[in-house]
Design a binder for this molecule. Structure first.
Ligand SMILES: Nc1ncnc2c1ncn2[C@@H]1O[C@H](COP(=O)(O)OP(=O)(O)O)[C@@H](O)[C@H]1O
Ligand SMILES: NC(=O)OP(=O)(O)O
Length: 312
């Protein structure tokens, strides 16, 4: 069997919303990941952090305004906290699943910083939803009291939105390469990575959240991975999603994807960034494959039995 280098991007359904939910969810998430390790693939895992980074930032904001002596916590630090909090549960769940199967590959989480352009136009137009969902009235109150930008999120309620610049490079890329060369399982670019820009020898954090699918595509490109697998709540990508004439797709070429994007087939903020990230990776070099499928179907997806493949 061909051994591949695989970047697996985990969606929100792989993580859960509270610490207990997260411990339960990552226990399930660890199984398809360890299936890939057991088959001999080199595996790097990335994950989202929208709900978690919003929760951490809001909690710190409320605490800083209470009587307790809690400092205000800048957004990049909240991003770092979310990487630690999610990575902690994820690396332990994967470690335990590996040991249960008699495997002893070391597992670690790399606090990862991702370089962005400080003049990225995304800073002028916040689009990335973070934190919980609110009603219209609650959203208006948050805007008034905290100055948050709130937007309606795909019919599911209102959420705070923050800027989401594009990833350019990964500061810890050599560390990640060294670990995977040594058969270690790595969790990296969590929450899209902490967005930073370079100033001389310094890396300066910025208040933003990078899309984890774009950061995962960048990571896969830098690692010269064979596969980018984006795991989410659906087994396949559809056109006319949720409508009577919905069609589930097994494969999409870059040209077809461009046509479907023009038709508005993929919801911005949910399926659209996944498709764009898959296109970026699949078109970066011949033979590179991107797959969008569900967590439960990851192993079948990589065997070519299900999921939606995005090809050049
Ligand atoms: N064309 C489409 N085909 C399939 N799913 C779609 C489509 N458009 C929107 N979606 C929705 O996008 C969701 C994935 O986005 P989201 O929940 O934001 O991702 P994540 O798993 O990264 O948290 C799917 O579960 C599905 O509900
Ligand atoms: N950073 C990021 O893309 O998080 P979500 O996947 O949770 O939106």
């Amino acid at each position: 069997m061909v051994k591949d280098k695989i970047v697996v991007a985990l969606g929100g359904n792989a993580l859960g919303n509270t610490p207990n939910e997260q411990i339960e969810a990552v226990r399930r998430t660890a199984k398809p990941i360890v299936d890939l390790v057991e088959e001999g693939h080199e595996v790097v895992i990335s994950h989202g952090n929208g709900p978690q980074v919003g929760m951490i930032n809001l909690a710190m904001d409320i605490a800083s305004k209470s009587a307790a002596a809690t400092p205000e916590m800048p957004f990049p630090e909240c991003g770092a906290m979310s990487q630690g909090y999610i990575g902690y549960h994820l690396q332990n769940a994967i470690r335990e699943e590996l040991l249960n199967r008699g495997l002893d590959n070391p597992v670690s989480t790399i606090i990862t910083q991702v370089l962005v352009d400080k003049n990225d136009p995304a800073f002028e137009n916040p689009t990335k939803p973070v934190g919980a969902f609110y009603t219209k009235e609650e959203a208006e109150k948050l805007t008034k009291e905290k100055g948050f930008v709130m937007k309606e999120d795909a019919g599911r309620g209102y959420r705070r939105v923050v800027p989401s610049p594009l990833p350019i490079d990964i500061a810890e890329k050599e560390t990640i390469k060294t670990l995977i060369r040594n058969e270690q399982v790595v969790i990296a670019v969590g929450g899209g990575g902490i967005p930073v820009y370079e100033e001389g020898n310094k890396l300066i954090g910025v208040s933003a959240v990078i899309d984890k699918d774009f950061a995962s595509a960048k990571l896969a490109e830098i690692l010269e991975a064979d596969y980018l697998i984006i795991l989410t709540a659906v087994e396949k990508v559809a056109i006319n999603f949720g409508k009577e004439d919905e069609v589930w797709l097994s494969q999409i070429t870059i040209d077809e994807a461009e046509k479907y994007i023009e038709e508005g087939q993929f919801a911005p903020g949910s399926m659209l960034p996944k498709i764009k990230a898959a296109m970026m990776f699949a078109s970066s070099m011949k033979g590179r494959k991107a797959l969008i499928t569900s967590l439960e179907k990851a192993a079948e997806g990589i065997e070519g039995k299900t999921g939606t493949k995005i090809v050049k």
